[in-house]
Ligand binder design. Structure first.
Ligand code: TYM
Length: 339
């Protein structure tokens, strides 16, 4: 197994990232069999697809590295790096631009969402973003890619690109690329905003009250949960009673994943009770589970030299793994390179 996944170093790591993806990264790392490998990276090249402040991106990249280590990514067992230190990502993206089709990219919902009404003003990078994401995983022959539901479409595109490249340029018994499988946690595929149960929790939401950041202190977490939007009904005792109640379903889902139980068990305990009782219990659970991460994060982020060293070493290791695949892609395309 080769597990590969990434996160954009824009803004804070929030509960959606943590439950939808990072927790899975850590679990997969910890369950790794001999001969398997995990590569996790900061998608700083993706971050320039939207307007950004260079100095902030630099700081955010180091901070996100600290956050991942605080969540349990072990840079000894996993390869942790940022894309910008491994030029093979950008190189392979260009090679794959010849295979990806305009029509495929035009159907990407993230491009439609992020460009909004101003498509003409969107960056070219935002449009070709999914091709870089395909390069990210294909470069390492990833077999499994742990992500949240919102990245599923990008992963399908990566498979399409790999398949077309293999068909067009490789002998049937010698494909260059492995088709990666997305791994999406069924119970936390989509953590929703605390202000709107129909929108995903996101770092681009202008309201900080919509998300729990892993760096929020206990008071902030309690306040955000207390103010989370809900409806006036008490919690149901059965799952069916959550239908048509997106905010209630989201909070129950978060509780269930954080407590490591099912949603049924949460409803058995809280069914019939109002949010006045449930919200403080959820807030306390979040504070208890996130406090150790928060503390480790605060210690780690101060040590910039150690973070630089982790990323530099990760980049070297990643580069070694990437090289044969990148060379094979150049060769398959008939591109002449010096020795
Ligand atoms: P990003 O930085 O937006 O998010 C990182 C991971 O967190 C997941 N996630 C969520 N899961 C559940 N509920 C939510 N509300 C929620 N919000 C975010 C995302 O699905 C993701 O797994 N394009 C990617 C980064 C990337 C990447 C890759 C991922 C670049 N190259 C290659 C996998 C493989 C992104 O912007 O994720």
């Amino acid at each position: 197994m080769r597990i590969v996944s990434g996160i954009q170093p824009t803004g804070n790591l929030h509960l959606g990232n943590y439950l939808g993806a990072i927790r899975n990264w850590v679990q997969m790392q910890d369950a790794m069999a001999e001969g398997s490998q995990c590569l996790f990276f900061l998608a700083d090249l993706h971050a320039i697809s939207m307007p950004h402040v260079p100095a902030q991106l630099h700081a955010a990249t180091l901070e996100m590295a600290a956050a991942l280590v605080a969540c349990g990514i072990d840079p000894e067992r996993s390869i942790l790096f940022n894309q910008a230190q491994v030029p093979a990502h950008a190189e392979l993206q260009w090679l794959l631009n010849g295979t990806a089709r305009m029509g495929w990219l035009s159907r990407m919902t993230q491009f439609k969402d992020k460009s909004g009404k101003n498509r003409e003003g969107a960056s070219v990078a935002l449009f070709t973003y999914p091709v870089l994401q395909a390069a990210d995983v294909l470069l390492y022959q990833a077999t499994h890619v742990p992500v949240g539901e919102d990245q599923k479409q990008h992963l399908e595109l990566a498979r399409d690109v790999a398949q077309k490249f293999n068909n067009d340029f490789c002998a049937e018994d010698a494909p260059v690329f492995t088709l990666p499988e997305p791994i999406i946690p069924p119970e936390a595929a989509r953590i929703m905003s605390l202000r709107d149960g129909t929108a995903k929790m996101s770092k681009s939401d202008p309201s900080d009250m919509a998300r729990i950041n892993l760096t929020d202190d206990a008071d902030t977490i309690m306040q955000k949960v207390r103010k989370a939007r809900t409806d006036p009904e008490p919690l149901p005792s059965e799952l069916a009673g959550l239908e048509g109640r997106p905010e209630a379903a989201n909070l129950v889902g978060i509780y269930a994943v954080m407590a490591g139980t099912g949603r049924e068990a949460v409803l058995r305990d809280f069914g019939g009770q109002g949010f006045g009782a449930f919200k403080p219990a959820l807030g306390e659970l979040l504070v208890a589970k996130l406090a150790p991460i928060n503390q480790r994060f605060t210690e780690l982020k101060a040590d910039r030299e150690a973070l630089d060293a982790i990323l530099a070493r990760g980049a070297l290791r990643a580069h070694e793994i990437a090289r044969p695949t990148l060379n094979a892609a150049y060769k398959a395309l008939g591109l002449v390179r010096g020795r």
